[in-house]
Design a binder for this molecule. Structure first.
Ligand SMILES: [Mg+2]
Length: 262
């Protein structure tokens, strides 16, 4: 069982690289990577985020040696465009949409039935949040993300209240909080951790393949918890305790770490 710990107490994945690598010396790991805050810097405008060429090159080279999946809260087509590598797997919308090489595709079927409800609540919230400046809607297939990085401090509680009151009428939807973003998802027991477990079966012939997961946000905790036979690495901090085993300080360190795996 993974335990929750203060991120400050986690060992650095860079400083303990040998110890970390000894855990899978006979067993090539599957590699799971979050996108925003892990491969790409967090930016003011969500749409502007991107990986630099060096990171792209490293991930591409890694994919010649390891099975890789990028697991993101972004919609599938969005994250696939941003990463732009054809030979790896992607789990978009926190794993509700999964795709991979050779036209592999798997959507969550229960979530598919919820699409009309998303259309409805998106319209409603756009009207009700109309007076609050700086709110940005991002509709993904199975998630409605509402970004408030640019909303002024004094409007933030009104912002949350409006969403809270609206969502109360939709028991089939669930509200989650990330870094300056509220995400409305189907109220289905499915998250990054379940997506990772699905992909572990898909990407390996082994019963319980060794895995490494890198992520920076609270939604990545669901995946860290699933790393029973594996290593969770927290990038930076998200303000809460973590189920990760190691930490990396920054995207620069992520690059260093992935390079070391090559
Ligand atoms: Mg992230």
């Amino acid at each position: 069982m993974k335990t929750l710990r203060d991120p400050k107490l986690l060992d650095s994945a860079i400083e303990n690289l040998e110890e970390l690598q000894s855990k899978f010396s006979h067993n090539k790991p599957l590699i799971f990577l979050d996108f925003d805050g892990t491969l790409a810097p967090i930016v003011e405008n969500h749409e502007d985020a991107g990986m630099d060429e060096e990171t792209k090159k490293i991930v591409n080279e890694l994919s010649n040696n390891y099975a890789i999946a990028v697991v993101s809260g972004r919609g599938l087509s969005d994250v696939r465009d941003k990463v732009g590598l054809a030979d790896i797997y992607y789990a978009g919308s926190h794993g509700f949409e999964i795709a991979g090489p050779n036209n592999f595709e798997k959507d969550n079927e229960e979530a598919e039935k919820m699409l009309p409800v998303f259309d409805e609540i998106e319209q409603k919230l756009q009207q009700e949040l109309n007076d609050i400046e700086g709110v940005r809607f991002e509709r993904k297939k199975f998630t409605l993300a509402i970004h408030y990085r640019q909303v002024t401090q004094e409007k933030i509680s009104a912002f949350h209240n409006i969403i809270e009151n609206t969502i109360a009428n939709y028991p089939k939807l669930h509200k989650g909080d990330g870094k300056k973003v509220v995400e409305i998802k189907p109220n289905i027991d499915w998250h990054k951790g379940k997506a990772v477990n699905f992909l572990r079966k898909e990407l390996s012939d082994q019963e319980n393949p060794f895995s490494i997961y890198l992520g920076d946000d609270t939604t990545d905790e669901d995946a860290f918890r699933e790393m029973e036979n594996g290593i969770g690495i927290l990038v930076g901090e998200h303000g809460n305790d973590s189920y990760a085993d190691y930490r990396l300080e920054s995207i620069t360190q992520v690059k260093q770490f992935l390079k070391a795996l090559l």
